[in-house]
Design a protein around this ligand. Structure first.
Ligand code: AOF
Ligand code: ZN
Length: 359
């Protein structure tokens, strides 16, 4: 169904679903972020829910659970708004479509059909067959934008790749052999937020030896992602933070003897096969979002293969005059957002290639 002015109320409730869904950022991957709103026949919101944590209850279940006892009689006959088609299958949780039927919900308004082959329109069919009015495709593009990593993951079986770098106004990302800070403190907090919303962070050998990064999330709430460092020749030593074995870590390179608890060595992932092999390993490990923090050589390899989905550049207004040059922005990069944080300007680009074909 296409959108027209008579569907504006649908849009506003679905926008609320998107807001709710986003609370799950960083906690639900590799599942999608999903929000649901229950609206009674007289147009009042009686329940709201979102998918909070991977493996736990889905948005629809939380929306039904949130209804106050005095409003429970209003569920039958109500309209359920969901940012994604309710699931059809028994996964880590039972099918949400059965909950919709049990609760005698009269109408369901959906933004996106679930591309997961286990659902993929089957719930829509089942609900229609049971006499429920189902309206789909409202704010479809916005729904897909919300879950770009999930759509790519399901349709291409690959993680979503975000290239991130900080640069000076004159396009330098640093100096060889010297650790220099470019971004301001508040901007670093934003970077840690991005880390918390990612499943893995990757850096190359140059960055490890230059900056000795910890690659953790210490400035924002939420989780620490998997740390990945490239060390083909096994030159890292125990003063490197990535070898502290304190957090889940992959080292792409020569194994080091030791009693490792959280560190895994993947000796075969390098050379020409580096990117395809890494993406495949990440997919198998259910890591959906990869943040690539550098350096320029690593970014270059992802750009050359067009294996990237977003580029996020943090540009400080200072000049460095000389140093390591930032990667060149590819022609297929589309600016989708730009904002200011103190003396830093944040540029967010997306790859113009569509991730997911609108059916
Ligand atoms: C929904 N509502 O809130 C979400 C859905 O293993 P499970 O049971 O958690 O199922 C995961 C799949 O369910 C996921 O791949 C996607 O297809 C769908 N996610 N569906 O009805 C939700 N998060
Ligand atoms: Zn579900």
């Amino acid at each position: 169904m296409t959108q027209n002015s008579s569907l504006i109320p649908y849009s506003s409730f679905l926008n609320r679903c998107f807001q709710l869904a986003k609370i799950g950022a960083g906690s639900v991957s590799p599942n999608p972020m999903v929000g649901a709103v229950l609206v009674s026949e007289n147009g009042k919101i009686i329940g709201e829910g979102w998918h909070k944590k991977y493996g736990e209850a889905h948005a629809e279940v939380n929306a039904v659970k949130s209804v106050k006892p005095e409003n429970q009689r209003l569920i039958a006959g109500s309209t359920l708004y969901c940012s994604l088609e309710p699931c059809f299958h028994f996964g880590k949780t039972p099918p949400c479509v059965d909950l919709v039927l049990e609760q005698k919900i009269a109408r369901v308004v959906i933004s996106n059909t679930d591309p997961n082959p286990l659902t993929a329109g089957k719930s829509i069919q089942k609900m229609r067959a049971a006499g429920i009015e189902v309206i789909t495709g409202i704010l479809e593009k916005e729904g897909q934008d919300l879950n770009r990593p999930f759509f790519k993951w399901i349709t291409e079986k690959k993680p979503y790749v975000i290239l991130k770098w900080a640069q000076t106004r004159d396009n330098f990302i640093g100096k060889t052999g010297e650790k220099i800070g470019i971004s301001e403190k508040n901007t670093l907090r934003l970077v840690h937020r991005w880390r918390s919303e990612s499943d893995a962070i990757f850096v190359g050998t140059g960055t490890i030896f230059n900056d000795n990064p910890r690659l953790d999330n210490r400035l924002f709430f939420g989780k620490n992602p998997l740390r990945i460092g490239l060390d083909v020749r096994g030159k890292m030593d125990f003063h490197h933070a990535l070898l502290d074995d304190k957090k889940e870590t992959w080292i792409l390179g020569k194994p080091k003897i030791g009693d490792w608890k959280n560190t895994k060595f993947l000796p075969t992932v390098h050379g020409k096969q580096l990117i395809p092999k890494l993406l495949q390993e990440l997919f198998l490990a259910k890591k959906q979002i990869l943040l690539v923090e550098g350096g320029a050589n690593i970014h270059h390899q992802f750009l050359e293969k067009n294996e990237w989905d977003e580029i996020r550049i943090l540009q400080n207004d200072s000049d460095l005059l000389a140093g390591v040059a930032a990667s060149k922005l590819p022609e297929n990069a589309v600016l989708v957002e730009k904002f200011q944080l103190g003396n830093d300007t944040i540029y967010m680009y997306q790859n113009s290639a569509p991730i997911f074909k609108i059916q």
